[in-house]
Design a protein around this ligand. Structure first.
Ligand SMILES: [Ca+2]
Length: 154
């Protein structure tokens, strides 16, 4: 085997390793910063549900990821601030304040939330819950901030 051929093989090997590492780098997670305002209480928990497909949107069984945030631990001035690490993708969030501490979003008999809640992009309900495409955003390599104002419906 000539020296040139060995060098070429080694170079291929090196490039192969390099490119496979590059592929791993593509799978890195992004940082989603969720900042909540409008909460009237400094105690209790906020729940963030993360969806990554229109089909699963608002389904309780098909949440991509969920996060329970203790308000007292996440207070940053007037804001409740938390960071989530997620694969780079499109997402939509729902957030609610668990006023009675039962771990669930309480709704009335026609399904309207009785506890303070909100969606990513501050998408608002119009004759029904906001659509996925109103709440969706793209998480890229740069940290993405969602500033969400929690609404209380009476
Ligand atoms: Ca509740």
């Amino acid at each position: 085997m000539s020296k040139t051929l060995v060098t070429a093989l080694l170079l291929n090997l090196f490039l192969g390793i390099f490119s496979s590492q590059w592929t791993v780098a593509d799978d890195l997670t992004g940082i989603l910063i969720v900042e909540l305002s409008g909460l009237k209480d400094a105690t209790g928990d906020v729940y963030i549900a993360v969806y990554n497909s229109e089909e699963d949107w608002l389904s309780e069984d098909a949440v991509f990821s969920s996060e329970k945030v203790a308000i007292a631990d996440a207070l940053d001035g007037e804001l409740v601030r938390t960071e989530l690490q997620l694969p780079l993708d499109d997402y939509a969030l729902t957030v609610f304040y668990d006023a009675d501490g039962d771990g669930e979003l309480d709704t009335n008999f026609i399904g309207i939330p009785k506890e303070p809640f909100a969606m990513s992009n501050n998408a608002v309900a119009k004759f029904g819950p906001p659509k996925y495409n109103e709440a969706v955003f793209t998480l890229g390599a740069e940290p993405h901030i969602q500033h969400i104002v929690i609404q209380t419906l009476e």
